[in-house]
Design a protein around this ligand. Structure first.
Ligand SMILES: [Zn+2]
Length: 356
């Protein structure tokens, strides 16, 4: 079945192959939702509505390294951004989704500013705009909670999930940071969202997604979880997250709704088909594993050395860079910026996934 759910340049957290598996579910509620997702790019309509309001949003940019967060409630409709419910400095909301979007976008801003001196996504103080409770039309003039989260080039949008497989998409700090990192990338390497360059785009979002989480929790690479999206899933023994950076292909296994995680952990299993924009969420498992292995070899906090190397690599790569380009550039940065031992660790990590 061809997928249209993530064909447009919106980076959705739930990849098309997970939606396609849900479309084959025996549960009619899950199946019909997924089929509707595949049949329409409902998010496209939402984006168009938003773009018309962009000039007013951009005024909020700040040159001073100060956060400007705006959280909107889309009230289960698909028109973004919705009603403004919490602005920078305002008191907590009674709505946990509003507070999660506020807190986690703030954590992501703080991470990039404190570690890399980056002033918001565009390095020019861009406002962080999030819409929660985003809905999608079901084709019968009714709206369902969006079963996804995405970055649309200007803002974040979070659905509440189907309540069976997914719950509110603001729950995972790594998911929020993943999506916002798509924004950082659009202002840096701007990696083409197809094939290996697209898988690198997904990879960087997972890297900085997990690093924001580990940094916030002060976890070492050895002690930390390398799962992406654990908290957005309704718990079940067959699913632990949507991706496992350390052990790609094991985040969910024989799940009745999601099937089995298709991510490869080595170049010998590289996916070369046309699905998922040439495997952008599939093949990201290969560099993801290299990063996790590298961070553990280097010991300590993953954001300390590996994070610095990967951040500089993200700035240096170009739109069509491939896996081998990232492998070469990270080894070079490791040697130039750190030392020969660091360079050896980076090269050993890439060798582990078949890139040497
Ligand atoms: Zn993504």
């Amino acid at each position: 079945m061809p997928s249209v759910a993530c064909r447009h340049p919106i980076q959705c957290i739930v990849p098309p192959y997970m939606v396609e598996h849900m479309a084959r579910s025996a549960d009619p509620r899950i199946r019909e939702r997924a089929l509707a997702d595949l049949a329409r790019g409902s998010a496209v309509r939402a984006v168009r509505a938003f773009v018309q309001q962009m000039p007013a949003m951009m005024v909020q940019a700040s040159p001073t390294g100060k956060k400007h967060r705006f959280i909107y409630d889309a009230k289960k409709k698909d028109v973004l951004p919705g009603k403004l419910v919490r602005s920078e400095g305002e008191a907590k909301s009674a709505d946990p989704c509003v507070n999660e979007a506020y807190d986690y976008s703030g954590d992501t801003f703080d991470f990039f500013l404190e570690l890399f001196g980056r002033n918001s996504l565009d390095d020019a103080g861009m406002a962080l705009i999030s819409s929660v409770h985003v809905g999608e039309a079901d084709g019968h003039d009714r709206f369902q909670p969006l079963n996804n989260a995405f970055w649309d080039g200007s803002q974040m949008a979070y659905g509440d999930g189907d309540g069976e497989v997914f719950q509110c998409f603001t729950r995972s700090l790594d998911v929020v940071a993943h999506e916002l990192t798509h924004g950082v990338q659009s202002f840096t390497s701007n990696l083409l969202y197809r094939g290996q360059s697209g898988a690198l785009n997904e990879h960087f979002s997972d890297v900085f997604g997990i690093l924001v989480r580990q940094w916030r929790r002060k976890e070492t690479a050895a002690a930390a979880s390398w799962l992406i999206g654990a908290e957005i899933l309704i718990p079940a023994p067959t699913r632990r997250g949507i991706r496992d950076m350390e052990h790609p292909g094991t985040a969910y296994v024989d799940d009745p709704y999601l099937g089995t995680d298709p991510q490869p952990a080595h170049m010998k299993d590289l996916y070369t088909g046309p699905a998922d924009s040439g495997g952008v969420h599939i093949n990201s498992g290969i560099p993801n594993r290299a990063f996790a292995v590298c961070a553990k070899l280097l010991e300590g906090h993953a954001w300390g050395t590996a994070g610095i190397i990967w951040y500089e690599a993200m700035l240096q790569l170009s739109r069509t860079s491939q896996f081998k380009d990232l492998a070469a550039i990270t080894a070079q940065i490791a040697g130039d910026r750190f030392d020969a031992a660091t360079k050896r660790a980076v090269k050993a990590a890439w060798k582990k996934v078949g890139l040497s």
